[in-house]
Design a protein around this ligand. Structure first.
Ligand SMILES: Cc1cc2nc3c(=O)[nH]c(=O)nc-3n(C[C@H](O)[C@H](O)[C@H](O)COP(=O)(O)OP(=O)(O)OC[C@H]3O[C@@H](n4cnc5c(N)ncnc54)[C@H](O)[C@@H]3O)c2cc1C
Length: 493
């Protein structure tokens, strides 16, 4: 039997779900995507208010080649759907009101900035980035686009050999210290690990490859905002014949004779030959399946290093700001304490680092004229109790803090405000412990050690998205679906 006679239900229209839907539809499968929310994109949805267009989740378009490769599978290119712009400067870093660095897209100029702060570090940065490129090339060529069916697949001699060169057994923090002494400069090489929901202390040094992504491959922006990507994936799917059901929540996977044969939703039952789960993995396992059908029980999830949640603030201003670039990072003096408060002793942090995106610097379509669109992200531990008081406190403190950093009035100019944190991640996406990102990328949660693409208990039940290999981030969940589709074709094609 070929995939042409098969039908698939995809639960969730995140980028993982839509990538899987497109890849399966292209192979002839009849695909239905069921999404509880009213728009496609999952964590990459859009919120509109008073003329502002806020990207609710991702704001960094990284690894453009992964998007090129993905769309090429369909004879398309990202430019068929949206216009990309390379950002220059890439971002601005604040350490305090008097210490700020602007990181340009040009690597030579970045090396000069490093050199001016720590003599010798310009060459060290070059060395570090050469090694990061090597790590990236090996990881992309040999480890990332690969399904791991057993631990022996992972712990083979090649990995042991390459793994040493990739430094998978060293911590990122220790590795970076070999190159750069200045703590503030090190933070610039470490902050990217937050994209993967990790900390420099619990993540393998292999993830130095993120600096290759940052400095060498560059920081990009799709004009119109990241929501354009969600639209692009949705259009691709629709053109391939995928059916979408929005505003319909899956309640249960129907299992017969040990195989998934459909789902029960808020609107009724739908049968299919296979079910692909893009909804958060722990939620899907614990809510949609009987105990005997779960691959992982509650204890499994409790033991895992869950990636951070965050306090997100979508703020519209009736003025422009001079002191910000498109991407802005405040890298706090309490760097280590902040990571401890996320992973080791979960608590609301006192002096957290945070990120502010100001896409209206690049894109006039995301704010009314002479207004500014701001998105604040403060990473915090998953599972914290999030009350209205805490939200307001973080809102007040972060906005006031940015006023100090930029020397510009912000609070008095707010005309649109929305705060999203744990409770909303749970209600919007059924996120476990209100996590923004799923599972952190510790060594024990890498590759074969992430939850599988195939259910261990139920036939024709599959998983894609940020909990699975290769992990967190928009490019990664696209790759997850690519790996998964090849596995499904092996099973059903
Ligand atoms: C604030 C934030 C900032 C980020 N920044 C970046 C960035 O700059 N760059 C980057 O590359 N990545 C970034 N990420 C990470 C990236 O967004 C995610 O890794 C990726 O989008 C996850 O995609 P997914 O398909 O795995 O899951 P999701 O996007 O979560 O999709 C899962 C879908 O399942 C649906 N669902 C859940 N339960 C049900 C149910 N019962 N029935 C029907 N549907 C259901 C949900 O509504 C959701 O639409 C960020 C994430 C967040 C939250």
């Amino acid at each position: 039997m070929s995939m042409r006679s098969k039908s698939a239900i995809v639960v969730g229209s995140g980028i993982g779900g839509m990538s899987a839907a497109a890849l399966l539809a292209q192979r002839g499968c009849r695909v239905t995507v069921i999404e509880k929310n009213d728009q496609p994109g999952g964590r990459m949805i859009v919120y509109r208010d008073r003329g502002f267009v806020f990207d609710m989740g991702p704001s960094w378009y990284l690894m453009p080649e992964v998007f090129e490769d993905f769309f090429r599978e369909f004879g398309k290119s990202p430019s068929d759907y949206y216009k990309l712009k390379r950002l220059d400067p890439s971002y601005k870093v604040f350490y305090g009101p008097d210490r700020q660095l602007i990181i340009p897209a040009d690597l030579e100029r970045t090396r000069e900035i490093f050199e001016s702060i720590e003599p010798g570090s310009g060459n060290k940065l070059k060395e570090y980035l050469e090694s990061a490129k090597y790590q990236y090339d090996i990881a992309m060529g040999q480890f990332i686009y690969k399904e791991y069916s057993s631990i022996f697949d992972f712990l083979n001699r090649k990995l042991m050999f390459e793994g040493t060169k990739l430094h998978i057994f060293d911590s990122l923090d220790g590795y970076i210290k070999r190159f750069i002494k200045d703590k503030d400069l090190r933070k610039i090489l470490e902050y990217t690990i937050v994209f993967l929901g990790g900390s420099p202390y619990n993540s393998p040094a292999m993830y130095a490859l993120m600096s290759h992504v940052d400095f060498n491959l560059g920081v990009w922006y799709p004009m119109g905002g990241m929501g354009e990507l969600s639209k692009a994936f949705h259009k691709l799917c629709v053109d391939l014949g995928v059916e979408f059901k929005f505003g319909e929540e899956v309640k249960r996977v129907i299992v017969e004779n040990g195989s998934a044969v459909g789902v029960e939703t808020s609107d009724g039952r739908i049968g299919s030959d296979m079910v692909i789960m893009n909804a958060d993995y722990p939620h899907a396992e614990m809510e949609f399946l009987e105990k005997k059908d779960r691959s992982y029980d509650e204890r499994y999830w409790k033991k895992k290093a869950i990636a951070p949640s965050c306090v997100l603030m979508y703020i519209g201003l009736d003025r422009r700001l001079e002191g910000l670039e498109h991407h802005n990072l405040y890298l706090s003096g309490s760097w280590d304490e902040h990571f401890i408060s996320i992973f080791d002793r979960p608590a609301w942090p006192e002096d957290p680092s945070y990120y502010v995106s100001c896409p209206s610097k690049t894109d006039p379509s995301v704010a009314p004229e002479d207004h500014e669109n701001l998105f604040f992200l403060v990473p915090v531990a998953a599972g914290l109790e999030d009350t209205d008081d805490v939200r307001e406190r973080y809102f007040q403190r972060t906005v006031r803090h940015l006023e100090k950093l930029t020397g510009e009035k912000i609070m008095d100019h707010i005309i649109s405000k929305r705060i999203v944190t744990h409770r909303d991640f749970s209600s919007l996406y059924n996120a476990y412990k209100g996590t923004a990102l799923g599972l952190a990328h510790t060594l024990r949660q890498t590759a074969v050690f992430r939850p599988g693409h195939r259910s261990k208990k139920v036939g024709s039940l599959y998983y894609t998205g940020q909990y699975t290999h290769p992990g967190i981030g928009v490019p990664m969940v696209m790759i997850s679906s690519k790996i998964l589709t090849e596995e499904i074709v092996k099973d059903h094609g």
